[in-house]
Design a protein. Structure first.
Length: 361
């Protein structure tokens, strides 16, 4: 390796759960070697040391910088290395060369060398990463609460008439309150009597009600935590019409802890899938709808546009003017989302994302 010590090199990494496979190529594209390293702190250090033994590392292309490659990306950045996010190899290349971890690592290195992808990965080391984790738990709790509510309704629908008549056609909150206030029924013996079936049904309903209540309390706690974090990270977002904690957290997570990685508001619009794509050919000059990008962020912009259209005077006046020009409602919503993306981007770039850890009240 000493003969390569003074040359510039580019690295590529194919990331996995237990081991990362790295490849090194020269600045002219010659493959120097591939090696596997464990996904530990010592393994990350060994990977960087192995690459640096070949020469000066210009940049390293990493697949999955927000999942399996998150720890490696943070470690490489602390080592002063430029990391770029690369896509997986295209299918045509895989059909020609086959599929292996070493081949994918080499493809990542060549993508970094060609600068086919100049995407700077999210840093995932600040307050926005905390927001992402809170949102992850909140989404899971909401799904579980919905499942518990559906099961409650299903059990009530087939319950003995004495229970079904009292609990049917009532809100889930009312049903939970009544079930939790009742005395805990005894565990029934295995019989065919109707009274035993009624006692068992009450026992199941009470258990489901307790589960729903616990999940509901957990969601309220997470909502409080989410709002406090946003008030510290980007309080200006919450002052804009149509933007609440849920929408604000979605947009913050999409931008990441380092929103400066987005070069301009057009980059943010493309990230959110609201930048129209050129679809011109020959004499036909047209644009088409962008169905890519972060769909959660796209939905958040839609929520803002929809709320403003209903409640914001300036937006209502704009929509009326565009409708008088012959625009459809869908076209107006797309225009609104594009304008809102520009407004939000300015607020995100000025947000203070380096805040200390906060705890819910």
């Amino acid at each position: 390796m000493s003969s390569f010590a003074l040359q510039d090199i580019v690295g590529g990494v194919d990331t996995h759960k237990d081991a990362h496979v790295a490849a090194v190529i020269t600045s002219t594209g010659r493959l120097l070697g591939t090696e596997s390293f464990p996904t530990t702190g010592a393994g990350y250090a060994a990977l960087l040391g192995w690459m640096q033994a070949f020469g000066t590392v210009l940049r390293i292309g990493v697949e999955g910088t927000s999942s399996y490659g998150a720890g490696l990306t943070r470690s490489l950045r602390r080592g002063g290395v430029t990391v770029v996010e690369v896509n997986r190899p295209n299918r045509q290349l895989r059909r020609q060369r086959g599929k292996s971890d070493a081949v994918d690592a080499e493809a990542a290195a060549r993508a970094a060398l060609a600068q086919a992808s100049e995407r700077v990965p999210k840093s995932q080391d600040g307050a926005v990463e905390m927001l992402r984790l809170v949102r992850l738990q909140r989404r899971s709790a909401i799904d579980a609460r919905t499942q518990a509510a559906n099961q409650l309704h299903a059990v009530i629908a087939s319950a003995p008439e004495s229970l079904r008549a009292r609990l049917r056609d009532r809100s889930i909150a009312d049903v939970v309150d009544e079930l939790r206030q009742q005395r805990t029924p005894r565990v029934p013996r295995v019989r065919s009597a109707a009274s035993e079936l009624r006692d068992l049904t009450r026992l199941i309903l009470r258990g489901l009600a307790a589960r729903w209540s616990q999940l509901n309390a957990e969601i309220h706690t997470l909502d409080t935590y989410l709002k406090r974090l946003i008030e510290q990270v980007a309080p200006a977002l919450l002052t804009r019409p149509g933007i609440g904690p849920e929408v604000a957290s979605t947009l913050l997570v999409a931008a990441g802890d380092n929103p400066d990685r987005l070069r301009n508001e057009r980059s943010f619009a493309a990230l959110c899938g609201v930048a129209p794509l050129d679809a011109s050919s020959g004499r036909q000059q047209r644009h088409r709808l962008n169905r890519g990008g972060n769909r959660d962020a796209n939905r958040a912009l839609w929520v803002i546009a929809f709320v403003r259209w209903r409640m914001h005077p300036e937006t209502k006046a704009y929509a009326a003017r565009r409708m008088s020009e012959g625009r459809t409602k869908l076209e107006i919503l797309r225009c609104l989302k594009r304008y809102i993306a520009r407004e939000v981007f300015k607020l995100l770039r000025t947000a203070c994302v380096n805040v200390p850890h906060a705890t819910p009240a």
